[in-house]
Design a protein around this ligand. Structure first.
Ligand code: GRF
Length: 191
């Protein structure tokens, strides 16, 4: 039994999750990274922290179903129980949703339902709102629409630039996401 993280890019949340899981001795290890983009920085991070990484390139498959079936085979081989999305730039399709009911979680850099989809940090900053934040939610077939598990507000303060606001959002993500995932898997163990 273990957790897989799915990521496409930088991987700072992946790293925060792995570090937290080791520091706090989570009951389920993060034992696999699934990445859909060859050359993504998250692959280097996985190597550095010695987590197995598999890059499954969707372009190598005729359609989304075939791509997800291949991913699913990797997950099954490794007895993965939870899928944690961390900057995975792809909608999860029926194949994975049906295989992992209420077992796929995502983090989004806004207070949903405000600013779903791409570029949420920039959209909140340029709106401009006074408070945005981060949301952890279950994944369903929509774009950032699944039931909300936790939220953390982040204020846009006088003098903030997009860059400083972005840094605050990522810091909030790195604090909130590991806490929520740990609570979920602890809860899952007890039920
Ligand atoms: C995060 O802002 C996350 O909320 C969003 O994608 C970004 C990934 O950042 N879904 P990183 O790759 O974890 O650094």
């Amino acid at each position: 039994m273990a957790i897989a993280v799915f990521a496409s890019g930088n991987g700072s949340n992946f790293q925060a999750l792995v570090e937290s899981s080791r520091r706090e001795n989570w009951p389920l290890p993060i034992s696999l990274l699934i990445c859909d983009r060859p050359g993504a920085k998250v692959l280097d991070r996985a190597r550095a922290c010695e987590v197995e990484a598999i890059c499954v390139n969707p372009k190598a498959f005729p359609d989304k179903k075939a791509y997800e079936e291949s991913v699913l085979a990797h997950l099954r081989q490794r007895k993965i129980e939870w899928i944690v999305l961390a900057g995975y730039m792809r909608l999860i399709g029926p194949t994975l949703l049906q295989a992992f009911p209420k077992r796929i979680v995502n983090i989004h850099p806004s207070l949903l339902p405000a600013f779903p989809g791409l570029n949420a940090i920039e959209k909140a900053f340029s709106y401009p709102v006074k408070v945005s934040g981060v949301t952890v939610h279950y994944v369903d077939e929509g774009i950032d629409t699944g039931p909300i598990l936790a939220q953390q507000p982040v204020a846009i303060e006088e003098g903030d630039t997009l860059e400083s606001f972005e840094r605050k959002i990522h810091l909030a993500e790195h604090q909130l996401y590991p806490r929520v995932i740990q609570a979920l898997i602890d809860g899952g163990k007890k039920s």
